[in-house]
Design a protein. Structure first.
Lengths: 505, 149
């Protein structure tokens, strides 16, 4: 009953004209950005973050949240029509979605993606409401050792689930932790890695880093490509899936929703992981396995539902524990801190308007996205045809404006360009950037909780193992690191065996 | 030998060694009383170890050169973009937002191989519209520069 009252209160916030306006702007921009290949929701949130500083806290998070799950919707359009994912979590949709478009079924593909996303987003929002309060209650019993352990688990998960090299992901995490140390140390007051520059005393801004690495870096990487993607010329005459499409899609949508929601909660999990998992599960469960890869609607319905549910699920640890589980939540975390709101177990009690307003706005946002996505598809197709030589300069200018507006500082522009170059080089050398940004945001929390724990225990590391939650969590960290390291050891051992004659083994 | 991983590993190893040195200067402290350089020291040791591992694993991987990364791609565009952005950052306080953005857009649209009149008109329109939206409507305080706008 208490939850229901809180939800009604949230709707009273979310249905204010100002909130409705920002939900609309967020979802519209999010869909637009999701449609454009190359610039993903992370870059979009980074670039738009400074704009939200002038808004109220609730409006700011509502808009950024709308942008996030809007981008999940928009990415499916490019995947189906161009066979290029609008953003990373739409990669899987390309497999069967584009095949459906070639078969003249682009409409049902786009339709089921939109409806599946709507159903998943709505159910996931219910999940968020149900999980938030109990999880906040558990989080109240967390001390410094528990927080340290959970943050370390989050960082380990992100590197474990990285698509490329685990060694490189761990290195990116270490670099992120180092960058987070730039600035004045809060405990001792000593300047760290500032090189005597006053502008670095407050550290590096998460917005500038995000804009540089994801905005500028991504544009530089795309600019050097010499060929562009072709939009499929196909007539889209109906968006409503027929009865057979629905019968085949309902199971995948529900399974994708549950999978996506729980993977979104997990630190390091998120839309990309959940979409691949969903596709794999649907293919395994399907009685028409041979259709997968040839236009199976289940291959669109499941992953698209999973990625939207995951986007909503990711808000659970952010809002209740104060721990962002992925890069975008890290940026939301930064946005909340900049507005003077500390996400965590006290958020529901101290800022109920922010919490329940954001949750309620997700219901509203999902309805808006369903209305926006289907009728506006012809518009999004035209947007896809805008060539890069027009789009990239505009995006770069927007990055410059975004970075400058944070502190009105030309120094921030130089930092942004340096990180842009860094992001470009990281992509060239196949380093993932998500672990770096997550580590950058969580670094100060990790350090503070580590130092507090060691002060409490007078230097003894046993404090982490004498408390059940931190002991179990750190045990999971060790298991993950060992399972990641095991294949490397086996490979080295096999190399040693093949290089050494039999009588010397 | 994978020279890309080797190069990345060497770069990160140099960074790690530098940070180890700096964290020592900050004061690592002790386990019971961690100093300002404690976490920096730990992470730089981890980075150093991982860099050595990356270098070691790169030795037996298939050959990949660093130069190939920039073959058959339009890397001069990237170089030009970076130089233009850095010049923008330096000149912004002097020239002001309108003029600086106009010049930046002229550079970018020229690379896009539009006609001269299109380049100039589009650059002006972009600078002017963004000025109206961000300076006048959203109240972002851009430097006025020599035009005083």
């Amino acid at each position: 009953m208490d939850t229901l009252n809180s939800l009604f209160y949230g709707f009273s916030v979310a249905l204010q004209p100002e909130s409705l306006f920002f939900v609309f702007i967020g979802t519209l921009l999010g869909t637009l950005i999701g449609v454009l290949p190359g610039l993903g929701p992370v870059a979009a949130v980074s670039i738009l973050l400074p704009v939200t500083f002038k808004l109220s806290t609730t409006s700011s998070i509502i808009m950024l949240a709308g942008l996030y799950y809007g981008a999940q919707y928009g990415g499916s359009t490019t995947s189906v029509l161009v066979n290029v994912p609008g953003e990373a979590s739409s990669v899987v949709t390309c497999i069967d979605g584009h095949k459906m478009a070639i078969q003249g079924r682009a409409g049902p593909a786009l339709g089921i993606a939109a409806f599946g996303s709507f159903i998943a987003g709505t159910i996931a929002t219910v999940g968020l409401v149900l999980f938030a309060k109990p999880l906040s209650a558990v989080a109240l019993s967390f001390g410094a050792p528990e927080y340290f352990a959970v943050i370390l688990l989050g960082l380990t998960f992100v590197t474990y689930l990285s698509r490329g090299s685990t060694i490189k992901a761990l290195m990116a995490t270490c670099l992120g932790l180092m960058l987070s140390n730039v600035g004045i140390d809060v405990l001792s007051g000593a300047p760290r890695m500032t090189f005597g520059m006053l502008q670095l005393f407050d550290g590096i801004s998460i917005a500038v880093l995000g804009i540089g690495v994801f905005g500028v870096g991504e544009v530089l990487f795309d600019m050097e490509k010499t060929s562009g993607a072709q939009v499929l010329k196909t007539k889209i005459d109906r968006y409503l899936p027929d009865a057979i499409d629905w019968a085949r899609s309902l199971g995948p949508i529900l399974r994708g929703t549950i999978l996506g929601f729980f993977s979104g909660i997990l630190p390091g999990g998120g839309p990309v992981f959940s979409t691949f998992m969903s596709y794999g599960i649907e293919k395994r469960l399907s009685k028409r396995k041979e259709t997968f890869g040839n236009g199976a609607i289940e291959g669109v319905a499941g992953p698209e539902s999973a990625n939207n549910a995951s986007a909503t699920g990711a808000f659970v640890p952010l809002l209740t524990l104060g721990i962002p589980p992925n890069v975008i939540m890290s940026l939301m975390f930064g946005a909340l801190l900049i507005h003077g709101v500390t996400p965590g177990p006290f958020l529901i009690k101290d800022h109920p308007d922010v919490f329940w307003g954001v949750v309620s706005s997700m219901y509203v946002g999902n309805i808006m996205l369903l209305i926006l996505n289907l009728p506006l598809i012809p518009l999004w197709v035209q947007v896809l045809r805008v060539p890069g030589r027009i789009l990239y300069p505009l995006i770069l200018l927007f990055c410059l404006i975004g970075s400058y507006s944070i502190n009105n500082s030309g120094f921030d522009l130089i930092v942004m360009v340096i990180f842009g170059l860094f992001g470009y080089m990281a992509r060239k050398f196949e380093f993932e950037l998500a672990p770096l940004v997550l580590a950058f945001v969580l670094g100060p929390l990790l350090e503070t909780n580590l130092r507090q724990s060691l002060l409490m225990s007078e230097g003894s590391f046993t404090i982490f193992f004498s408390r059940p939650i931190s002991a179990v969590t750190l045990g999971l960290v060790v298991v993950l690191l060992l399972t990641a390291a095991f294949p490397v050891f086996v490979k080295l051992k096999n190399r040693y065996r093949s290089a050494t004659p039999d009588d010397q083994i | 030998m994978d020279r890309r991983d080797m190069g990345a590993g060497v770069f990160c190893l140099v960074v790690a060694l530098f940070v180890v040195w700096r964290s020592g200067e900050l004061g690592i402290g002790s386990v019971s009383e961690p100093g300002a350089g404690f976490l920096l020291f730990l992470t730089s040791l981890c980075l150093g170890g991982l860099s050595i591992l990356l270098i070691a694993t790169s030795v037996r991987k298939e050959n990949r050169s660093i130069a190939e990364l920039w073959r058959n791609v339009a890397w001069p565009k990237v170089l030009l973009a970076v130089i233009a952005l850095l010049l923008y950052a330096v000149c912004l306080p002097v020239l002001g937002y309108l003029l600086c953005s106009f010049l930046l857009m002229v550079v970018f649209y020229s690379v896009g191989r539009f006609r001269t009149t299109t380049v100039l008109a589009s650059a002006f329109a972009t600078a002017a519209i963004s000025y109206v939206i961000f300076q006048l409507l959203l109240k972002v305080r851009f430097p006025r520069g020599i035009l005083g706008l």
